[in-house]
Design a protein around this ligand. Sequence first.
Ligand code: SAM
Length: 397
Amino acid sequence: MKLYVNIARAVIEALDLIFGQGKYADKVIEKVLKQNPKWGARDRRFIAETTYDIVRWYRLLQTLTDTPSNDYWSMLGCWCILHNVPLPDWEEFQHLKPEKIQQRLEKFKQIRRIYESVPDWLDTLGEQELGSRWDSELHALNEEAEVVLRTNTLKTSARALKALLLEDNVETATLAEAPDALVLERRQNVFRLPAFKQGLFEVQDAASQLIAPFMRLEPGMRVIDACAGAGGKTLHIASLLQNKGRILAMDTEEWKLDELKKRARRAEASNIETRVIESSKTVKRLEKSADRLLLDVPCSGLGVLKRNPDAKWKLSPEFVQNVRELQQHIINDYCEMLKPGGLMVYSTCSIMPSENEEQVKKFLATQNGRFDLLEEAHAWPSGGFDGFYMALLRRLS
Ligand SMILES: C[S@@+](CC[C@H](N)C(=O)[O-])C[C@H]1O[C@@H](n2cnc3c(N)ncnc32)[C@H](O)[C@@H]1O
């Protein structure tokens, strides 16, 4: 791969927007790629992948070049050296010495927070919460995420979808642990495919696809998805209910529920109603109304850094503490929507016990035996996909 100046400038512009202006990486890349419709698929892929990779390795690249934190040209040059991309003879790269960078790389191998490129507070938190497991999980969180599709079984089967995608030269593999999942063999834009427009699949990580089946759903049930967002898991629930029964998708953000409605129409999921949570009354009115309740609560997102590497630079210990308090509030108040005998799943895309099993323990301790824990499961980033936690609880009275 040869680095061209307009491609390099696009990467630098994206990095400046992400770090300098605090914008989200996925939105920035979308915007930068839109600016030049003439770029071919290879150039687009290079810009997107290189930007993400520099975001992922930001601290390491900055340390290796020993330059200010906004010297994105030096980081790009260093990235080229480490990836054997020939360094163009440009003024911006003149000060970079490949041997010196390699020597510094060796030196920093011993310092995990630099070599694995995380802020100090996050490395300390990970070690405190996960002990020796943090090493392997942190390493896995620096890998590039797989692209995984979830078959919409309201309209097709995984087998039929796999064959259809192949006709469009999209090769996929099946997964034993997630029967509706298809993993892309090669990263590509799947949103332009006719199968997507026809609602035959959604993009959803394999670990995230474990949550809805964990709810022990049966067609005909009354289900509440209380933190539904744009409906990734709501749509999976609809697919498992086979459009029989009712789903109430709730969130505090109306725009997310609007997006959910669009996706539901595309998927032909006809049994989803949405409701914005405006105050505690919205929840109170639904007391004892659900056979199944999903609490896919707001979290730090520390299980999905493969997908959102910029989050590690934007998160703070204060944010994580606030989100833990919100989780405890949600589980304590929202559990009342469940009928006695009903089942509730508490889930996060975090790998930190303080957002997961410790929250469930705290909740159970306040309930005087009204709930019991039936099962817990973890999906770890080192397993190849995102990090998730799920707990299945039963309301006894
Ligand atoms: C982890 S995300 C949900 C992702 C979604 N379930 C999916 O599968 O796509 C958590 C959601 O909780 C919502 N949220 C934040 N505070 C809330 C609250 N107090 N009650 C309900 N939802 C809340 C956020 O807007 C966000 O959409």
